[in-house]
Design a protein around this ligand. Structure first.
Ligand code: M6R
Length: 362
């Protein structure tokens, strides 16, 4: 049932091209230059929208952060990712001009449901973005959008993160087109990049040997730091979460520019820095931050797409450039890195200690 893989996590990492094709199937309308989504909003609602609040936890929260940036870019609307356990609806805001999007793979996460209820209680329209048909979130939200990733067994979320970002990218295109803030031509560019996504992810999967080599080289590190900017920032946070969940090693994601404001004190020759150096991540600036870590003898692993001249890295992992989706492709390298570090250590990858697949208490 693990399809020849040693762990569900590895199987699910490798299922990503298929999962993404499912997420995109029938939803790309190149003729009209928009996304075809089975969600309906009241007439005029999207035009008068002032704010989108995405509520989520853990990996879904990082997908929400990625999506908030996409929404701001394409739909010219204030968009923010909110940790569900910290969420309150601010009375100063207009509930009728706000949309609350609950991003939850399981659809059962108590913190996320509770945030959704707080928004709904204030009169805010709600949308669930989930993998699970018939889940509690789909019954409670005004509308649901499915990410179609198929069942995910591994406690560490992998393919569902990719499918969440992909589905939310489609939503961002849709909202941008409805609001008239994204031209048909620009939308087509994004849609073409989305079409290229499964193939780009496959290229990373085909290069798994390079990641295994890097994992073998750095498996004895004291800690791992992940850095990125813009779309690369939530990806660096997600990369660190994945590694800490399954390897129990100290891993931390930082906005690359923040490294010099404190975390640099932790950097040694035993703390590899993994950097997202692709399109949509201000890679040239990030490279300067990486160089500061290298001066303190930290090994540097960079994920690059040819848009930046990244010399002097200890390991360079290459991916194709597909615009704003490129950092999502980079994340697949980080998933494989986390998996191989944990696997070399012989950890219980599918059922890490202290963690459950679905967290139904607040
Ligand atoms: O089912 P949800 O997406 O609501 O779950 C949210 C988090 O509990 C989940 O993403 C958690 O962080 C995963 N273990 C991450 O790998």
């Amino acid at each position: 049932e693990k399809g020849g893989y040693d762990h569900y996590m590895l199987k699910e990492i490798h299922e990503q091209p298929t999962a993404l094709r499912q997420a995109l199937s029938g939803r790309i309308d190149l003729d009209r230059g928009t996304a075809d989504l089975d969600v309906e909003f009241p007439t005029g609602f999207l035009d008068s929208l002032e704010e989108i609040q995405l509520v989520a936890c853990g990996t879904s929260y990082y997908a929400a952060q990625y999506a908030a940036e996409l929404l701001e870019e394409f739909a010219d609307v204030r968009a923010s990712a909110e940790l569900a356990s910290e969420y309150t609806f601010d009375g100063g805001r207009d509930p009728w001009r706000t949309l609350c999007v609950a991003v939850t793979q399981s659809g059962e996460t108590a913190d996320t449901l509770s945030a959704l209820r707080r928004a709904a209680g204030a009169g805010v329209r709600t949308l669930a973005v989930t993998n699970t048909l018939g889940s509690t979130v789909t019954r409670e939200a005004d509308d649901s959008l499915f990410i179609r990733a198929g069942p995910e067994i591994g406690v560490a979320a992998t393919k569902t993160f990719a499918s969440q970002v992909t589905t939310l990218a489609l939503l961002s295109v849709f909202v941008g087109r409805e609001r008239g803030t994204l031209s048909a031509a620009d939308a087509r560019d994004v849609l073409e990049n989305l079409r290229g996504l499964p193939g780009a992810v496959q290229q990373v999967l085909d290069d798994e040997g390079a990641v295994l080599e890097a994992a073998e080289e750095y498996v004895d590190a004291d800690a791992y730091f992940f850095v990125g900017r813009e779309y690369g920032y939530p990806v660096s946070l997600e990369g660190a979460l994945k590694l800490k969940e399954i390897s129990y090693d100290h891993a931390e994601g930082f906005a690359a520019g923040e490294l010099k404001h404190g975390p640099l004190a932790l950097v040694t020759n035993k703390t590899p820095v993994l950097a997202i150096l692709t399109d949509g991540t201000s890679a040239a600036e990030t490279l300067n931050n990486v160089a500061e870590a290298q001066t303190r003898e930290a090994p540097a692993i960079g994920i690059i797409d040819g848009s930046v001249d990244a010399k002097g890295l200890d390991v360079s992992l290459k991916i194709p450039n597909i615009g704003v989706l490129t950092p999502l492709v980079a994340n697949v390298y980080l998933q494989l890195f986390a998996y191989h570090i944990a696997n070399l250590q012989g950890q219980s990858i599918d059922k890490p200690r202290n963690l459950a697949k679905s967290v139904t208490v607040e």
